[in-house]
Design a protein around this ligand. Structure first.
Ligand code: FAD
Length: 461
């Protein structure tokens, strides 16, 4: 077996039966460097069975528009080719009625065991629970997204980076290993699954059905051209970052006028590339050490802390999930007068009095990726300009998930809860509306970077 058993959880106690091994792929849409797929293949080889990947495609998943749908489907088309090279079919399930339809596919395929990847978000956990209830064969989950599996990194909700960091650093030597390659699955085993081995998805039909159905993705949220979807583009993006930008990452990443960060978040979100691969390649690079450390801090500690927050706290999307000190302070300030109050429409169309905020909003609307530094300012101003922290958080999640390519991700829920609700942060000096939540101002931005240039770039597109 090639996969560290600590990465794997048995979700029911049912035995593995005769029949194909199904990898129900959810979060990690790639063929290479995928612990869940490797585990599924190990089981298939051990039990001399066929190996099949099933993906459940939802048109408007968590409020995403055509931009996200396009990024996902194009990545899946490339994945189908990559899997086919290894003799492995990819079956796209795209009917309504998600868990029932998936269960029907598993039953029709006469599955002997189901392996899925790990995602801490409520919708994914709900599907797992629904499937688990009705499944009559073994069901396993593999954390293929985090370097240290979420449940091994910590058994509880962590207070902040300072509490999870030593735990992850202690465990990294056990998990930061090179990936074994995915093998070509033996043709004689695949034949046992009958015709399914030759399955090819009818992409034009799938796309037509999903983009014209009642849950069609919003066509106004247009696909972007600056970043190509898929695993090959993810590898190219990584190479470009390592060769050209890593060495200045610590100094450049907080300047919104510079392209100083990796731009990997959309690919990491869709699982086109594994964070572990990114970390392994980064360590090989002879870059300025402070830059390397600072990048790995974001990629590993901050990212895995987000999964921890969402996994151990189902209130990751509402103020009940804020720490007690933050709940108290925002309640004490909820009736403070607001100089500006904006509704969702004014925010969405970037019609506030603050052109720096408007520029950040338009960067997200046009490019599908707001600069990381501006995301903090953007979310904090939503707290300042809406009627309540509840409304602020809901609005920020709505906009983030609608426009960001990397939205609908634990990092988004956590970043918003950090900005608006002090999650993983500490109390700061008290002030109007924010209470003790960390404040950010236009003046602060002005002292850090050329705000006029940023406004010119993103407001005059
Ligand atoms: P890099 O600086 O190159 O970082 C590399 C990787 O590390 C990122 O791709 C990401 O996976 C991880 N990372 C970086 N910063 C953080 C962070 N603060 N927290 C957790 N992981 C981090 N990130 C998303 O992936 N999706 C979101 O929807 C999202 N929404 C956010 C909303 C707000 C209000 C805030 C404050 C932050 C949000 N972030 C989100 C976190 C962060 O801003 C982005 O991950 C980062 O800007 C992505 O750009 P990059 O890949 O070039 O980052």
């Amino acid at each position: 077996m090639r996969v560290n058993p600590q990465r794997i959880q048995n979700l029911n106690n049912l035995p593995i039966q005769k029949g194909p091994v199904i990898y129900w792929m959810n979060r990690d849409m790639r063929a290479d460097d995928n612990w869940a797929l490797l585990h599924a293949q190990d089981l298939a080889l051990e039990h001399k069975q066929a190996l099949i990947v099933v993906f459940n495609l939802v048109a408007d998943f968590m409020g995403g528009g055509l931009r996200q749908f396009n990024f996902k489907t194009e990545g899946l088309k490339e994945l189908e080719n990559n899997l086919n090279k290894k003799n492995i079919p990819l079956i796209i399930s795209y009917q309504d009625n998600q868990p029932e339809n998936l269960l029907k596919i598993f039953t029709d395929l006469k599955a002997g065991v189901i392996v899925t990847d790990f995602c801490p978000l409520k919708i994914c956990q709900k599907w797992i629970t629904q499937i688990k209830k009705k499944l009559k064969v073994a069901f396993r989950q593999v954390d293929a997204h985090n370097i240290v599996p979420c449940w091994i990194a910590s058994p509880k909700r962590e207070f902040g980076a300072y509490t999870i960091r030593p735990k992850i650093h202690r465990l990294l030597p056990d998990f930061m290993e090179e990936f074994p390659p995915l093998k070509k699955h033996p043709a004689e085993l695949q034949k046992t699954a009958g015709k399914i081995i030759a399955h090819k998805n009818d992409w034009p039909e799938i796309i037509k059905t999903l983009t014209s159905g009642k849950n069609a993705p919003n066509p106004l949220v247009k696909p972007v051209t600056w970043l190509k979807p898929g695993a090959a583009s993810a590898q190219k993006t990584l190479r470009d970052f390592l060769e050209n930008r890593l060495t200045n990452y610590d100094s450049d990443r907080n300047d919104p006028n510079k392209d100083g960060s990796s731009n990997l978040s959309p690919h990491l979100h869709y699982g086109h590339i594994s964070a572990q691969r990114v970390a392994l390649e980064t360590q090989k690079y002879d870059a300025h050490i402070a830059a390397q450390e600072s990048f790995l801090e974001e990629l590993i500690i901050r990212r895995e802390l987000s999964d921890n927050f969402c996994f151990y706290n189902s209130d990751y999307d509402n103020p009940a999930g804020f720490p007690d000190w933050a709940k108290k302070t925002i309640n004490e300030h909820r009736d403070d007068p607001r100089e500006y109050i904006y509704g969702r429409r004014e925010l969405e169309t970037a019609k506030t009095h603050d052109d720096l905020w408007n520029a950040a909003q338009m960067q997200m609307v046009n490019d599908g990726k707001m600069h990381g530094y501006m995301r903090m300012y953007w979310a904090k101003k939503i707290l300042e300009w809406t009627r309540s922290p509840e409304e602020a958080q809901k609005t920020a999640i709505y906009l983030n998930d609608r426009y960001e390519l990397d939205g609908r991700d634990p990092n988004g829920f956590t970043g918003i809860a950090w900005s608006i609700g002090g999650v993983h942060d500490r109390a700061w000096g008290e002030r109007e509306i924010f209470g003790k939540i960390r404040f950010m101002s236009f003046g602060g931005c002005k002292s850090k970077f050329d705000v006029k240039k940023y406004i010119r770039t993103h407001l005059q597109k």
